[in-house]
Design a protein around this ligand. Structure first.
Ligand code: BMA
Length: 319
């Protein structure tokens, strides 16, 4: 087994959630945000694609984060087209951050508007009622997550606008979660033959460690048979996360299991959420397999940092 296989280990119960578990008719369930609640249980806010092809979000709760899921009988957060026309074609791919200062979770999600996909935010304390902040980044932009506290005086949001020369990860700042500026490109897609050339995007919210913020990101490789979504690692400075300290050269996880290679969109692994075990080291990554089902892979912060020390390089060696 290679080092790459050992860093993230698939759970033997995979896929842990499929559309068959849903209490109402749906096409697919995938790309969930994740949180560990105060009582130790796990909540997944799942992207659910309905039979029109539009997505909404639905909560699934489990005591152990693996099985025994209780799924809301109706959509938990559905597009609010009357008040938020930018959600007309659905809402997708939630990333959840608990913000102590607000005593609420901030959900960053993709709002699929007539102008393309943009980034929206909503607040919730209980995943039953939500207060929408609404659209914060105009199309084309997605793969966003908030840092859990202000950096200096400002909130900070990672996101992925699409530009004329590639799709890269940016960081933006806001005094009030509504108005965003001071945009900075913090992690560019590489170029040429690299696995993460031309198009990358954030996976889960940033993971805080003693050495900085770990970023799990996806790289999209276009080849003759379509797209291939694989996952990479980067370490950003703790106080100035626009500074990348190390970035892994190779991917750490890619589609290998049948439920990752076959489905509505083949060869996709797409985590939007993680939970941290009480040991402070074990990470549970919840990811979509082939845009069809939900799976779990586990890793260790310690091992990821050690891997970056051996297989990572600083920005001047990324070409
Ligand atoms: C991305 C997002 C994800 C999806 C992936 C593969 O652009 O839309 O929701 O899982 O493509 O289709």
């Amino acid at each position: 087994m290679s080092v790459q296989d050992q860093l993230l280990v698939r759970h033997p119960a995979n896929p842990i959630l499929t559309r068959e578990a849903w209490p109402y008719p749906v096409n697919t369930v995938f790309n969930p945000g994740a949180v560990r609640l105060a009582d130790g249980s796990t909540l997944l806010l799942c992207r659910v694609e309905d039979l029109r092809g539009h997505s909404h979000l639905c909560a699934a709760r489990s005591q152990n984060g693996v099985d025994g899921w209780h799924i809301d009988p109706h959509p938990t957060l559905a597009p609010a087209v009357d008040t938020h026309p930018e959600e007309v074609w659905g809402i997708e791919d939630p990333r959840i951050t608990y913000v102590e200062e607000l005593r609420q979770y901030v959900v960053a999600y993709t709002a699929y508007s007539r102008g393309g996909p943009g980034v929206s935010l909503a607040l919730t304390a209980d995943f039953r009622t939500f207060e929408r902040i609404g659209s914060v980044m105009s199309p084309e932009d997605k793969d966003a997550a908030l840092f859990p506290r202000r950096l200096g005086d400002y909130w900070a949001l990672l996101h992925r606008p699409v530009g004329s020369i590639g799709a890269h990860i940016w960081l933006s700042f806001s005094p009030d979660l509504r108005h965003w500026g001071s945009h900075r490109l913090v992690l560019p897609a590489r170029r040429g033959a690299w696995w993460d050339a031309n198009k990358i995007g954030l996976c889960t919210p940033p993971i805080e460690t003693e050495r900085g913020w770990l970023l799990l990101y996806h790289g999209v490789r276009q080849n003759a048979s379509g797209c291939l979504y694989r996952l990479g690692l980067a370490l950003m400075d703790r106080n100035t996360p626009e500074r990348c300290l190390l970035r892994g050269d190779s991917w750490i996880f890619g589609p290998q299991a049948p439920y990752e290679q076959h489905g509505d969109v083949k060869n996709v692994v797409f985590p939007c959420g993680f939970t941290l075990d009480p040991d402070g080291d074990t990470l549970n990554f919840y990811y979509g397999g082939a845009d069809t089902c939900i799976a779990l892979a586990q890793g260790s912060i310690r091992c990821m940092l050690a891997w970056l020390d051996h297989h990572g390089s600083p920005p001047d060696r990324w070409d």
